[in-house]
Ligand binder design. Structure first.
Ligand SMILES: NC(=O)c1ccc[n+]([C@@H]2O[C@H](COP(=O)([O-])OP(=O)(O)OC[C@H]3O[C@@H](n4cnc5c(N)ncnc54)[C@H](OP(=O)(O)O)[C@@H]3O)[C@@H](O)[C@H]2O)c1
Length: 167
């Protein structure tokens, strides 16, 4: 079971300029297309409740798993939307037992950090957008140093670069 962290980052390494900001407000169409392609490939996306609220709806054709301490807060829709208070390891085990070959980890910072600290992330996809925020939400806090191996770099359109790493 592969867990792939997928994030759009500013050129100075932030995933949002302000907490609660919608990624679609600053990311490119090419990044959106890559996100759709990758998440359709895996069939399941895991994200935090705050990120889900910035999107506002489950992603068509994929299972969206929303992490929250209050899973009764929202209504599950079979095969499309599930709320869970499970820990990262239990989520991975559960999805593996259901036959998913990979998980797209879609943030935000809290969720990226928890999966990274638990050693559950196998690959990292960063799409670097041509913008500097100067301040904002970092990819993940408190993870310490993690060395990665660069697998691939690719231009997504004229201005967006995809970096693909193995952890
Ligand atoms: N650039 C990108 O690619 C990208 C991607 C994703 C998000 N973002 C940005 O990141 C920001 C949101 O990140 P964030 O760190 O503030 O929030 P987040 O990670 O999206 O969500 C945090 C919430 O997830 C739930 N949660 C986290 N760990 C949990 C656990 N172990 N068990 C149960 N529930 C758990 C909690 O929900 P409850 O409070 O309901 O308990 C927590 O408040 C937004 O600005 C968004 O735009 C950027």
């Amino acid at each position: 079971m592969k867990v792939a962290l997928i994030a759009a980052v500013s050129a100075d390494g932030y995933i949002a300029q302000t907490p609660g900001q919608r990624s679609m407000d600053w990311t490119s169409r090419e990044d959106a297309a890559f996100f759709i392609e990758k998440t359709r490939e895996f069939g399941v996306v895991v994200m935090g409740r705050k990120t889900f609220e910035t999107i506002g709806r489950p992603l068509a054709g994929r299972l969206t798993v929303v992490m929250t301490s209050r899973p009764d807060h929202g209504r599950n829709i079979h095969g499309l939307l599930e709320y869970t208070s499970d820990a990262p390891g239990a989520i991975v085990e559960n999805l593996a037992s259901r036959g998913f070959g990979g998980i797209a980890l879609a943030g935000g910072a809290k969720i990226y950090g928890e999966f990274l600290r638990a050693g559950l992330v196998d690959e990292v996809y960063l799409t670097v957008e041509p913008v500097l925020f100067g301040e904002g939400v970092r990819l993940a806090d408190g993870i310490g140093r993690m060395d990665m191996a660069l697998i691939e770099t690719r231009m997504l359109g004229a201005s967006t670069v995809l970096l693909h790493y193995r952890l």
